[in-house]
Ligand binder design. Sequence first.
Ligand code: FAD
Ligand code: SF4
Length: 467
Amino acid sequence: MSLELKRVPMAEQEPEARKHNFDEVSLGYTLEEAIQEAKRCIQCKRPRCVAGCPVNIRIPEFIDQIAQGNIDRAAEIIKETNNLPAICGRVCPQEEQCEAKCILGVKGEPIAIGRLERFAADYALEKERESQVPVSNGIKVAIVGSGPAGLTAAADLAKYGYEAHIFEAFHEPGGVLIYGIPEFRLPESLVRKEIEGIKDLGVKIHTNIIIGKTITIDELLEQGFKAVFIGSGAGLPRFMNIPGENLNGVYSANEYLTRINLMKAYDFPNNHTPIKVGSRVAVVGGGNVAMDAARSALRLGAEEVRIVYRRSEEEMPARLEEIHHAREEGIIFDTLVNPVEIIGENGWVTGIKCIRMELGEPDSSGRRRPIEIPGSDFIQDMDIVIMAIGTSPNPLIVSTTPDLKVHSWGGIIVDEETGETSKEGVYAGGDAVTGAATVILAMGAGKTAAKAIHEKLKVREDQLLPL
Ligand code: FAD
Ligand code: SF4
């Protein structure tokens, strides 16, 4: 058997066309392409990729089914461990996870595991759903937040037989999948379909309910919920605390993307949420969120969009694919540059004052510390400045749940094995615990907590102890 070193390429919208629309950039494999790529897998006796996936999908098994043309079976195998595969196939950092472990990566390109996962999941979503509601044991568990952590915990709890109720602050479930990650990377229709699949398991989703305001965690427990999982994410934006940050035209990436994705601001006045487009936009930061904000600004109609990042491109935390796509679309990268002031006139942004940086010794993150070069400051004209320098967990739940212990930066402290917090019967996972991380890590945390909740409630049920 000759080893095929290169993966089957995936079709994409051309950069010139796609920068003017919000349609998905990557178009996915055809059946023939998926089978061809799947056939590259050498079906290792001791595969390493499975351990590289935080939810341990049985990767060689599902790939083998694709290679044989059994796409339904491939999708079933994936779904046994992953409730949101069409999403993960698109946004997981596979290059650092499963694909990083693939043995083919030593001499050539690893199997395109994410693309194959996406293909099988999309294929299954196209078909009519068959509802298989698991038999309920009548025990109610509350889940706070409907992002990937909450959705996964709820789906697994429903599969174990619990009555899982999700409480979501927004009017639409999905968390960052709906309000953060833009349509051109993750179509909303697809997120909705995967959420419908979770509802088919019997999961109830209650929207427009803010835990800590509408009802507290303690009140949920008093109302008969036997356990609570907190998956409330890290939606509180950070700012730089530099002069001018309160000018009109300065957005947090969170607000900017929520206005576009959730509130459809690009369709103003048909939708009522406005957004300032501007012709020159600076996005401060170098992660996925910064790339999403920059590429969204371009699609809204900005003429010049610049990423302003204080380290070099090598240190950028964004996925390589996102950086590549952003550059192809014409985003300008100002690296080793840091804003020191936002300049305005009549209350609106007119420019940004930056200083050039150089890299010193590595800091606690292992990345080389950026140091200002004295006297190198310069001003650029700008209409919009978007801050994408990170987020923290929102303190609302913690401040209304007295026994919940948190780190100084706001993350909820949990037992790593179980996800249980300092308050008995209350579990947490995802960005609310780790700070901003990834979809699949949030899902893994939801799974861990669901299993632990099941173990605990099962034991108590057997011992007839009320929780
Ligand atoms: P979230 O997805 O944040 O969901 C939390 C939910 O809880 C929200 O719906 C929120 O409204 C709700 N909530 C909060 N407080 C309350 C309350 N008091 N009461 C009720 N509900 C509440 N990760 C990747 O793996 N790949 C990517 O490409 C990627 N790109 C990203 C792009 C952007 C723009 C952003 C913002 C993040 C990106 N991430 C990416 C990170 C990833 O989306 C998050 O790590 C993940 O969504 C965390 O999941 P979660 O369930 O913990 O929280
Ligand atoms: Fe890889 Fe993510 Fe799929 Fe796991 S869920 S196999 S990490 S793409």
